[in-house]
Design a protein around this ligand. Structure first.
Ligand code: NAD
Length: 375
């Protein structure tokens, strides 16, 4: 059995527990939340032993296990630091930290202690991301020339947010979401895929702004819209958009010399990747309306989860990959330089402001090794 412990027993922790149910070789040995009522509700619902304090939960997995930091973003740095100092390998929900300086310190601490530090999202290890990456490694679909990646969530402040609760009863934390901002919360869902496929980002031209001035009366809200044009070490230009204002649209479209590779759902590991070949019809040029689904050579990838609420994602994929890496003594795909670079690029987009301007990341990472089943 592989040992995992959870700090932060809120909304997303339930999605992790549901995902771990599809991985019987993983045991959640302990959990902790500084909100005693939340800890009691979560541990009773999932029958996980509640820890008396943070230190005891860290002790439960120090060494060979994995600590999952599922706290709110403003607590990530503090909890990650405590966990690394206690000798734990750490998987942290996004973002790793709220500043580059903090993220660099965490990376240095992990390296100095010989520990792994990885960051969500895990969807880059999922079937849809791996299928798209494989298509782009193959000559069959043409060279990628331009990518449009949309992470527009709809007009979220007008949604019935009070009715969004998790399985064990945690409310969706909209105050925290509005203060953290949709770019820090969501850009990683496609940025991780793009960095995995095209390597490090070399230049960012971004704008971010608050376009909805009143979000349920929440003060000190972060930008609720951003758009970035990104250049990569080995890939095409990408336009990445995040908002909680524009109509829901999570399409990713890769324009190649031969047509368009397209998928529609960022938060569904099994969403089909479809290729629309470019064709000439009399004097017109168009993408064929009849797409052809891109398939891997195997159907054996990872456990899929049914759609629950907004997402059909297996949140355990990242922790499972990290535990495999720890066991094999190799660096995790989603840890180290990859996690630091993803954090730096996300922060640069979020912090761009209305004046924008070019930003060149300090950090870099290699493209991601494909999962063995997607080679
Ligand atoms: N809500 C979602 O749909 C969703 C989806 C994917 C990822 N995430 C990410 O998951 C993380 C958590 O989000 P959430 O929605 O579960 O938030 P949440 O507010 O529902 O839960 C966070 C929990 O962490 C606890 N906590 C905060 N600081 C702590 C500390 N120092 N020590 C112990 N416990 C502490 C809080 O009491 C709370 O119960 C965020 O990074 C978010 O970006 C959220």
């Amino acid at each position: 059995m592989q040992r995992v412990a959870i700090v932060g027993c809120g909304f997303v922790a339930d999605l992790y527990m549901r995902s771990f149910a599809a991985h019987p070789d993983i045991e959640v040995v302990s959990c902790y939340d500084h909100d005693a009522a939340r800890l009691a509700a979560f541990s009773a619902h999932w029958r996980v032993t509640p820890g008396a304090d943070l230190a005891s939960v860290l002790r439960a997995v120090a060494g060979t296990g994995l600590l999952l930091n599922l706290t709110n973003p403003r607590a990530h740095y503090e909890v990650n630091t405590a966990a690394l100092e206690a000798g734990c390998h750490v998987f942290c929900e996004k973002p790793l930290a709220l500043s580059l300086d903090q993220a660099e310190r965490l990376r240095a601490l992990a390296r100095a202690r010989g520990l792994q530090l990885g960051s969500a999202p895990s969807s880059v290890l999922g079937e849809a991301a791996q299928t798209l990456a494989k298509a782009l490694r193959s000559p069959d679909y043409g060279t990628a020339r331009l990518v449009y990646a949309e992470l527009d969530d709809g007009f979220i402040p007008q949604a019935p947010l009070e009715e969004w609760t998790s399985e064990s009863g945690a409310p969706w934390p909209y105050v925290d979401e509005f203060r953290t901002g949709c770019t820090l919360e969501h850009a990683g869902y496609y940025l991780s895929w793009l960095i995995a496929m095209f390597g490090a980002v070399t230049r960012i031209n971004a704008v971010s702004a608050e376009v909805l001035p009143d979000k349920r009366g929440v003060t000190a809200a972060a930008p609720d819209f951003s758009v970035a044009v990104l250049a990569f070490e080995d890939g095409p230009l990408v336009r990445l958009t995040c908002s909680i204002a524009a109509p829901h649209d999570h399409r990713l479209q890769v324009v190649t010399d031969a047509g368009v590779l397209r998928l529609k759902r960022a938060w569904d590991n099994a969403t089909p990747v479809t290729f629309y070949k470019r064709i000439r019809v009399r004097r017109r040029l168009m993408e064929s309306p009849l797409g052809k689904r891109v398939r891997l050579a195997t159907a054996k990838t990872h456990p899929k989860l049914p759609r629950k609420g907004a997402a059909a994602m297996n949140f355990a994929l990242g922790p499972v990959e990290m535990l495999a890496a720890i066991g094999a003594g190799r660096d995790s795909r989603i840890g180290g330089d990859f996690a630091l670079h993803l954090t730096e690029v996300t922060l640069a987009i979020q912090n761009a402001g209305l004046e924008g301007g070019a930003y060149r990341p300090k950090s870099r990472c290699e493209k991601m090794e494909p999962m063995p089943w997607a080679v």
